[in-house]
Design a protein around this ligand. Structure first.
Ligand code: DP6
Length: 362
């Protein structure tokens, strides 16, 4: 078991300043190897690998005002797009409960959280990854102010650790461009507790990758990730799936080091379909793809066969399709998207994103 004690803040150092404000912008991420299945507290059943994105981001400011009394719970108000949002509070309150042992200093403050996304809330793009990462980073900025001796490496590692306790995939939204979360036998530095950047020699073409997100269904998610993860507990194929994901991760990284785009495509698409196969074979079972999701997939396969270009897709827990391709092929691929795929999107809506470097402090 890995040691979470390293993340308990030193509570002997006290801060006397009465007010602090920090703003962080954190990106969304798209998993190439999927996290689906976890144990308490937010520990993944297999390692996952993601591209950090750059355009789909959450911008969060947290104002910390010193309190005279220190009740046991964190006291906060939450504004989303300038409007007070009590409906989001339970998730954040739960997050504060989970991180409390590691952030005792938070009890000394009243928090005002002001957050907004660069992507539309109704787009079906999950904001929990970027949102929890931005919040965790604001909390780390306060910890760094109270205890300036913490190193930069510790700062980012603990930010990922805290973000994970809010939402698993949020652990992968702190740094970039290629991020590994979960213990994997081939990476001694890897951990179930936090995510790390992959720094080994990946072919530079992957730093140029585009992710065009086709908004097939902009509605609320039919099944929350939390419920989906739970269904893996009694899933007949769970253990095989966890092994498959770890093996796919090794194979994908080999392909990425070799610059083997065809192998990359094969593994990334297999992962997306395996994730959805788990949903279709759980109890209760469900299908998150829509008819247009399948139409888009078939069109991508036809386009790839005829053009020999390297466009592929991945899916998260919904109907939207992420189109991945290298920048060098963007002209032809963009024409194909506009001519053939946009009519299959809800209200012809899509988001153009690309691989990014991680969160920034504003
Ligand atoms: C399908 O991170 O949203 O997007 O830890 O319960 O918040 P919680 O789940 P979440 O699950 C993400 C699932 C996924 C695959 C992935 O991003 O790896």
């Amino acid at each position: 078991m890995q040691n979470d004690q390293q993340f308990i803040a030193n509570s002997t150092i006290k801060n006397t300043a009465s007010f602090h404000s920090f703003t962080w912008e954190a990106p969304s991420n798209i998993a190439l190897i999927k996290y689906w299945g976890k144990s308490t507290p937010q520990l993944p059943k297999n390692a996952s690998l993601s591209f950090t994105l750059s355009e789909s981001r959450t911008i969060t400011t947290v104002e910390f005002t010193k309190r005279t009394t220190s009740p046991q719970t964190v006291d906060f108000t939450l504004f989303f797009d300038g409007i007070k949002h009590d409906s989001f509070k339970p998730k954040i309150a739960n997050f504060f409960l989970r991180i409390a042992p590691y952030t005792p200093f938070l009890q000394d403050y009243q928090l005002c959280i002001k957050t907004k996304n660069t992507f539309p809330h109704s787009s079906g793009i999950a904001s929990s990854a970027s949102g929890m990462a931005a919040l965790a980073l604001c909390i780390m900025s306060l910890e760094k102010t109270i205890n300036p001796s913490i190193s930069e490496a510790y700062f980012y590692r603990k930010a990922s650790f805290l973000a994970r306790l809010g939402s698993g995939s949020a652990s992968r939204s702190v740094e970039g461009p290629l991020i590994l979360w979960g213990k994997h036998s081939e990476f001694t530095q890897s951990s179930d507790l936090y995510a790390i950047p992959i720094t080994t020699d990946i072919d530079p073409i992957f730093n140029t990758y585009k992710d065009t997100i086709l908004l097939v269904d902009e509605g609320e998610k039919q099944v929350s990730s939390t419920v989906g993860h739970e269904l893996m507990h009694h899933h007949p194929f769970a253990e095989t799936r966890f092994e498959q994901a770890n093996k796919n991760l090794s194979d994908l990284l080999k392909a990425m080091k070799a610059g083997d785009l065809n192998r990359f495509i094969h593994i990334v698409e297999k992962e997306a379909l395996s994730l959805h196969a788990m949903m279709m074979t759980s109890s209760p079972y469900f299908i998150l793809m829509k008819p247009n999701t399948l139409k888009i997939i078939h069109k991508i396969w036809e386009f790839r066969a005829s053009s020999k270009l390297h466009l592929c897709f991945t899916l998260d827990a919904g109907a939207n399709v992420h189109l991945l391709f290298p920048e060098s092929e963007a002209e032809e691929v963009n024409a194909f998207i506009l001519n053939e795929l946009l009519s299959l999107c809800q209200n012809k809506r899509y988001i153009c994103d690309s691989v990014g470097l991680g969160a920034t402090q504003l």
